[in-house]
Write a protein that binds this ligand. Sequence first.
Ligand code: T46
Length: 132
Amino acid sequence: MKNKLINFDIKGDARGSLIALEKEHNVPFDIKRVYYIFDTKDGVRRGYHAHNNLQQLAICVKGSCKFLLDDGISQEIYTLDKPTIGLYLEGLIWREMFDFSPDCVLMILADAYYDETDYIRDYQSFLEQVNS
Ligand code: T46
């Protein structure tokens, strides 16, 4: 899987911490959209889809959650529990997000505007596409 964790430099001083996200410096794509997921109810699992053509960077800016990534062959679980790391998502990857802490704010940067036709929401269709 090409997905990977990116560590961000902290611009810290006596007042506290600051992280800047910039195209090409620590975000490997042109940012067209930012959305965030918060107030996720206990026990909820989200996602259950892949994308045909979308790069994203997921950052848990508060609290924690987990990502299950599945490339059709193997599965990996990533824990996002600090605002200093981002999970880069690209390629044909099935994703599920779970174990959201009550205070979790999951921010996601994307390289394209929202487009429902880019989603593969059926797991069998996803597997067929992986193997085609
Ligand atoms: C992804 C994972 C990590 C919009 O109107 N605009 C948007 O930019 C997004 C992302 C969603 N929506 C609407 C579509 C649905 O009516 O918001 C509602 C919830 O979206 P969805 O069920 O797709 O949310 P998740 O948490 O399952 O998945 C989201 C992203 O959609 C997806 O691209 O990779 O987070």
